[in-house]
Design a binder for this molecule. Structure first.
Ligand code: SAM
Ligand code: DTB
Ligand code: SF4
Length: 326
């Protein structure tokens, strides 16, 4: 007799669990595509309003010159990508950009720095940015690399809502992608963020030449964080020439949708974010991701340093899908 489908019991799937095994996640991920997307959409509707998509906007507050060697990233000082490095941005400039993002419909402003870790001397400027952006009525998010004891608490006191720190890929593939820090370093910072009471934004990148097993491994690790990250960005690799991962085998679009749908099912209350890589996706592929439970996107014509769809292309996507912005 065939075993029961791992997707049969939607009510059970919609109850968060933290003990997913890799085999269980693989069974979800590898299910027939239509069953997977249908189950993901059904789980989504239990905890989220289908048809609502939250808009965040990114700003690179400190670009390039990073000492880390993340193989996907054009901001590493080790790769020749032609990116111009810059110093930490002035607080007033950040606030101006945040105002424009708010006018464009973003409700969260995510500030990213090409740092290995946050230095104490930069904290006052970073905290002033958080305070200023928060005062505009926007949600605040920062991604600044690793945090030491006490730093997360100080960011929280300034008004930080979310901290983004990605696991990026499976623990096994991690060391092929980044050699200058460990998986355990990542987990440690995530623990500090959580303990300080900041919401966790943690996800990964798909399309880096990883195997389907690596994608399942990443998703299993994300779902074993207890509580689950409130926000789970699923990025499609943006290939930048000069980085070691440029030239990676292109990913089948439906495999990207599988990753989104699996994240949706195994972390049912989290907001799954269709993050980097939309510029290279058709409208139809983005629509499938949204049907599979993606509830957030980045808007604005630039992510941190690479292009993102135009405001008019996104307006068309929302209009044609009948989506409401949140
Ligand atoms: N330096 C900090 C760090 O790495 O934690 C914060 C900024 S870093 C640019 C934030 C995240 O962006 C990375 O963890 C990675 O997941 C994502 N990212 C960077 N370059 C990317 C690319 N080319 N394509 C897709 N995602 C990318
Ligand atoms: C995340 O997971 N995706 C965003 C945000 N966190 C910081 C960053 C994507 C960066 C894409 C490459 C770039 O534009 O530099
Ligand atoms: Fe530096 Fe972050 Fe890019 Fe890695 S992903 S090289 S840590 S900016």
């Amino acid at each position: 007799m065939p075993s029961a489908s791992p997707l049969a019991d939607i009510a059970r799937l919609a109850t968060p669990r933290f003990n997913w095994t890799r085999a269980e996640v693989k069974a979800v991920h590898d299910a027939p595509f239509a069953d997977l997307v249908h189950a993901a959409g059904s789980v989504h509707r239990i905890h989220h309003r289908a048809g609502e998509v939250q808009k965040s906007q990114l700003l690179s507050i400190k670009t390039g010159g990073c000492p880390e060697d993340c193989g996907y990233c054009n901001q590493s000082a080790r790769f020749d990508t032609g990116l111009k490095a810059s110093k930490l941005m002035a607080v007033d400039t950040v606030i101006e950009k945040a105002k424009k993002a708010r006018e464009g419909g973003a409700t969260r402003f995510c500030m990213g720095a090409a740092w290995r870790s946050l230095k104490e001397r930069d904290e006052p400027q970073i905290c002033a940015m958080i305070e200023g952006v928060k005062a505009l009525g926007l949600e605040t998010c920062m991604t600044l690399g690793m945090l030491e004891e006490g730093q997360a608490e100080r960011l929280k006191s300034a008004g930080l809502d979310y901290y983004n720190h990605n696991l990026d890929t499976s623990p096994e593939y991690y060391r092929d992608i980044i050699t200058t820090r460990t998986w355990e370093d990542r987990i440690e910072t995530l623990g500090r963020v959580r303990s300080a009471g900041i919401k966790v934004c943690c996800g990964g990148i798909i399309g880096m030449g990883e195997s389907a097993d690596d994608r399942v491994g990443l998703l299993t690790e994300l779902a074993s964080l207890d509580p689950h990250p409130e926000s789970v960005p699923i990025n499609h690799l943006v290939q930048v020439s000069g980085t070691p991962l440029s030239g990676s085998e292109p990913l089948d679009g439906l495999d990207f949708v599988r990753a989104i749908a699996t994240a949706r099912i195994i972390m049912p209350k989290s907001v799954v974010r269709l993050s980097a890589g939309r510029e290279g996706m058709s409208k139809e592929l983005q629509a499938l991701c949204i049907l599979a439970g993606a509830g957030s996107i980045f808007v604005g014509e630039e992510l941190l340093t690479t292009p993102n769809p135009s405001l008019s292309a996104d307006a068309r996507l929302f209009e044609e899908m009948g989506l409401a912005a949140r």
